[in-house]
Design a protein around this ligand. Sequence first.
Ligand SMILES: Cc1cc2nc3c(=O)[nH]c(=O)nc-3n(C[C@H](O)[C@H](O)[C@H](O)COP(=O)(O)O)c2cc1C
Length: 202
Amino acid sequence: MQQSMTVKEAMESRHSVRKFVQEPVVKEGLQEIINQARLAPSAWNLQPWRFHVVTDPEMKAKLQDAAYGQQQVTSAPAVIMVASDMEDVVANLKQTVHPGLSEEKKQEEVANLAAFFGGMTVEERGQWGLAQTNIALGFLLLAAQGAGYSTVPMLGFDPIKVRDILGLPDHVKFAAMVPIGHKDTEGYPHHRHSVNEIAFFH
Ligand SMILES: Cc1cc2nc3c(=O)[nH]c(=O)nc-3n(C[C@H](O)[C@H](O)[C@H](O)COP(=O)(O)O)c2cc1C
């Protein structure tokens, strides 16, 4: 796989693409992009992100329907749903704590985390997890760009329909739907605020 871009080059060249070349993407390529996205940091290292990769044409058509007909969904050879599942995290806290800790420390950390998240509603936990998962989304977009793929992050879809299509429980949140493939046509040029407008040095 091509991986010669610097992070700076990936950031500067990434832009949303909505029309893709009609050829399948290699599964190993997608796995490597997810392998890099999972390196994102998260609070307490809880890693609530889950990636659902859809290449099946019928399923993609359903996702496009759930995305109000946005054509890029079926134009892309693959669609990565970047999801967040905090209930899975909370149910498996033992697997999340660092394996290097002593048994006693592990139990202590699990108890602390269980108490912290136990004080939240499912919805509050969901929003907390989503904040972490958005970091992995950023990593995923740059990893894809670095590997020579184009993407478009999307939130214009009905999450209830998407959960239904993927067979996911109600508590699962989505950071984005990400059509991915090789670009057929360029996207729009960047338009961004200048550093002076958004950065404040105190
Ligand atoms: C969270 C999020 C949701 C978005 N939802 C959509 C969408 O539903 N449909 C779409 O065509 N583009 C969507 N976009 C793409 C934005 O329009 C695009 O990122 C923005 O205009 C900047 O352009 P660029 O990505 O080419 O730099 C979304 C982007 C983000 C980050």
